[in-house]
Design a protein around this ligand. Structure first.
Ligand code: DC
Length: 221
């Protein structure tokens, strides 16, 4: 039997950085489900798909294949055999992902893949609906959050460090809009599972959050 940890929470709470570090310490496989949704969104953008048209969406999805592989412990995401790991981090893809991931057809496509992985391996899976929909029986569920202001400042800092021009106000607006869409969509909205442990990382360092998660995991293993 595999041991599964679900980490859900809003964009910018530090999920992927924290989940990656915690998975490494536990020797678990880190599954970034957001990257899978992003790969589908990139496929839809490339095909110029009108995602509001159900038929057009389905026929595009029928030609999109998403896969993940691990290379030196890092997750790489593939779109129809092409490694798109570095192409899926643009604002255009983020925006399309937030819209397309609300579509039940898109979610259905990834649900099976994610459950199969968790059944086979000890995983630490991060996303929005892992504890509520994908792995309702996960051994440990974390809801990782931070205030909207903190998340906007972190994202701003990241962009500045990458040498990208940006405005804190625009990032904050974007975060608020994405939160709203993720939390209010009909299918698999972002919410805290009843049995999830809430960690607010606003005033915590990455190391503090990681060690809290390791402590909780070790307690249950
Ligand atoms: O975690 P991220 O920023 O890479 O996620 C990108 C988008 O995908 C975000 O708008 C929420 C969506 N997503 C989702 O709906 N379900 C998941 N399990 C993971 C991400």
């Amino acid at each position: 039997m595999s041991f599964n940890i679900a980490i859900d929470g809003p964009a910018g709470a530090g999920k992927s950085t924290i989940a990656k570090l915690a998975a490494k310490k536990l020797s678990f496989i880190y599954v970034d489900t957001g990257a899978m949704y992003r790969a589908i969104a990139l496929g839809l953008l490339r095909k110029n798909t009108d995602i509001e048209n159900e038929e057009a969406l389905q026929s595009a999805l029928d030609t999109i294949e998403v896969g993940i592989r691990y290379e030196e412990g890092e997750q790489h995401v593939y779109l129809n055999g092409e490694d798109v790991s570095s192409l899926i981090r643009t604002e255009q893809v983020s925006d399309m992902t937030s819209r397309s991931s609300a579509k039940p057809r898109v979610r259905a496509k990834l649900t099976r893949l994610q459950r199969e992985l968790a059944a086979r391996e000890n995983v630490l899976m991060d996303g929005r609906d892992i504890g509520t929909e994908i792995l309702p029986d996960a051994d440990l569920k974390i809801y990782l959050t931070a205030s909207a202001g903190t998340r906007a400042r972190r994202r701003y800092q990241e962009q500045i460090e990458k040498g990208m021009a940006c405005s804190l106000e625009e990032i904050a607006k974007d975060i608020r809009e994405r939160d709203y869409r993720d939390m209010h969509r009909e299918t698999a909205p972002l919410r805290q599972a009843e049995d999830a442990i809430r960690i607010d990382s606003s005033d915590m360092t990455i190391e503090e959050v990681v060690s809290e998660i390791i402590k909780l995991a070790c307690f249950r293993m």
